[in-house]
Write a protein that binds this ligand. Structure first.
Ligand SMILES: [Zn+2]
Length: 280
């Protein structure tokens, strides 16, 4: 999966786990991708569907048509197309008014490293320091290093060009699942699989689990690699069992797409992993 679709998946994970920060900065070299991810996120933030963005609710439809009253983009002014201090002040004033139709009011500021002079960034800082309830600020930039550090310290930066926090979370959870599979008692696996209660996270983690299992499989057929986890898999499980676990994980990813109850799916997965890894 490329960084672009990965970031979209990550954002739908954040949107659906209701862990959206007040301000995010999407950084990346590709202007079109930056904009597309920002628009995806603003749509998800106003969406009133169950799985955000649902693409079908009235909020999503208005967002797609660029006509949602709660998604606001400051106008650019002057020959150089900048967001001037007046626009920032207007934005700050507007941010204190509650949203019209959605639960969140979204402010999208594209390419702030180019469009926002220091004086505007300083004016904008005020609202980042004390963000009003139910607002989301989405900023994009080609290079965040060109921005004020005071702004950067108040936004969560997502880079389209490299690994980020969510990636690390997926990695950590996948390792926990594998360790659970290899553990003697069931508790560890039960605990790890219960954390996969989010559909997007579930799929991402299981894809990573499959990668680990494949590494383990190649280890057991003599392809040495540096990974400790691959060594543990090869040492504790037969090839047959590893293959069974890979097949099961792929099956579980397909199941997750079929709108099943996630809590039940996690419990089922735990039981099946145990059955394959420990059956006599
Ligand atoms: Zn929607």
């Amino acid at each position: 999966m490329n960084d672009f679709s990965k970031m979209k998946e990550q954002f739908s994970y954040i949107l659906n786990s209701r862990r959206m920060p007040h301000a995010v900065l999407i950084e990346g070299a590709d202007a079109k991708k930056r904009r597309e991810v920002a628009d995806f996120l603003s749509k998800g933030a106003v969406c009133s569907g169950d799985f955000r963005p649902c693409e079908i609710c009235k909020n999503c439809i208005k967002a797609k048509a660029n006509s949602h009253p709660d998604i606001y983009t400051p106008k650019l002014s002057g020959k150089t197309n900048i967001i001037n201090v007046e626009s920032v002040r207007e934005l700050i004033k507007d941010s204190s008014i509650i949203p019209n139709e959605a639960d969140t009011k979204v402010f999208v500021l594209y390419d702030v490293d180019k469009c926002m002079p220091e004086i505007s960034q300083n004016a904008f800082l005020k609202v980042l320091e004390e963000p009003p309830q139910s607002t989301l600020f989405i900023l994009t930039a080609e290079n965040s290093k060109k921005m004020l550090s005071t702004i950067l310290s108040r936004v969560q930066v997502f880079s389209l060009d490299n690994k980020n926090e969510i990636d690390e979370e997926v990695d950590a959870l996948a390792q926990e699942v594998v360790e659970g599979i290899l553990a003697l008692s069931e508790d560890k696996l039960l605990f790890a699989t219960a954390k996969l209660n989010n559909r997007v996270l579930f799929k991402e983690v299981l894809k990573r689990v499959c990668e680990y299992l494949r590494q383990g499989l190649s280890y057991s057929v003599g392809v040495k690699n540096e990974s400790d986890i691959a060594y543990s898999i090869a040492k504790k499980l037969t090839k047959q069992r590893i293959i069974g676990l890979i097949e099961l994980s792929s099956k579980a990813i397909l199941k997750a797409d079929r709108n099943v109850n996630m809590a039940l799916l996690c419990t089922w997965l735990c039981g099946e992993y145990r059955r394959i890894s420990w059956q006599r």
